[in-house]
Ligand binder design. Structure first.
Ligand code: GDP
Length: 319
């Protein structure tokens, strides 16, 4: 019997990593390797080197990252640039040293310039100035893409990068301050409903536009992109462009999002806006034609996904 492929999911306790690990377990045709932070500190080069030297890993999903919402990025920039550069550099370099041929690096739509033409196409990378609130995080993610490209060019590896739009869903971080907008608002509207509060305050003006993708769809997209043959992937990828957008291609305003969340939760009070808080980029919607041409599209609608996310939030309050 041939040996099962050994797949390392880095970040398997995070929202995306855990969804990827669930999908791989469902398939059941590979050995999923995972380590908690106390078992393997991904920011420690020596530990990562030993891990790859000993574990004979075939493929890597690099879903480990230091992540957070607009306020966390704006408040703790050093953490965001340092942690992410360390984690991805250690994994990509030591994976290559350890003979890993295929790796999928997870980036973010914030790698694109703040005022890039919308929808965002892959080739707008490095054509303009980044959004300030999350520039350190974006710079780290751009470095990750360029690490993958450079190792492919110099060492002949097949390291690909996926750039997800804003993600939400099972396993999200529901912290009031550090979270992204969907988990943050799920908590605030839920608490307002419980306390019969007359209004919920939303950060910023409510005018920015965002696109949202349910995390299980993201995990499926990751497996899809990883499994494409090198020929297929290259055919639809411009030379030297190793990254590909993942999203729904549809966006809405933060005000519209807040209204839908209020409906999903059953909150009937007012929505107010705190314009002393930052808006971030005015709009971020992905051009997803490249991924569609490669045979994948998102399945979960926003209302359906928000209902699933709210159920997960409720479960998290009981955990
Ligand atoms: P971004 O896409 O990097 O800006 O990440 P976020 O998900 O943190 O924020 C998206 C937008 O939602 C920004 O315009 C925020 O100002 C706005 N927003 C409104 N209320 C909240 C909230 O409670 N938490 C967060 N994180 N953002 C909020």
């Amino acid at each position: 019997m041939s040996r099962l492929e050994r797949i390392f999911v880095a970040g398997h306790r995070g929202m995306v990593g855990s969804a990827i690990a669930r999908k791989l377990h469902e398939r059941g045709d590979t050995a999923v390797i995972a380590r908690t932070r106390s078992e393997l500190d991904l920011a420690d080069q020596a530990q990562v080197r030993d891990f790859f030297a000993n574990e004979k890993i075939d493929r890597v999903y690099l879903a480990a990252a230091h992540v957070g919402g607009i306020l966390a990025n704006n408040t703790y920039p050093a953490e965001f640039i340092y942690q992410n550069i360390m984690i991805q550099t250690n994994i990509i370099h030591e994976a290559w040293r350890g003979g890993v041929e295929k790796l999928l690096f997870l980036g973010s739509s914030c790698i694109y310039p703040r005022l890039a033409p919308q929808p965002l196409t892959e080739d707008s990378l490095l054509t303009g100035v980044l959004e300030q609130t999350n520039e350190p995080y974006a710079i780290a993610k751009i470095a990750g893409i360029k690490l993958c490209e450079s190792y492919n060019r110099q060492y002949g590896t097949d390291y690909r990068s996926v750039m997800p739009t804003n993600l939400y869903g099972i396993g999200d971080n529901y912290d009031a301050e550090r979270s992204h907008v969907i988990p943050g608002l799920l908590r605030r509207f839920h608490e307002a409903k419980q306390n019969a509060a007359p209004e919920v305050v939303i950060w910023g003006t409510g005018k920015p536009m965002r696109e949202f993708l349910y995390v299980d769809d993201m995990a499926e997209a990751c497996l899809h992109v990883m499994d494409l043959s090198a020929d297929t992937y290259q055919r639809n990828t411009q030379p030297m462009l190793s990254h590909i957008n993942v999203g729904t291609g549809e966006d809405l305003t933060i005000r519209e999002l807040a209204t839908i969340i209020a409906e999903v939760i059953g909150y009937r009070g007012q929505i107010a806006f705190d314009s002393t808080k930052p808006d971030g980029a005015p709009r971020k919607v992905m051009d997803v034609s490249r991924l569609r041409n490669l045979g994948w599209r998102a399945r979960t609608g926003l209302r359906e996904g928000l209902a699933l996310a709210y159920a997960d939030f409720l479960a998290s309050t009981r955990r």
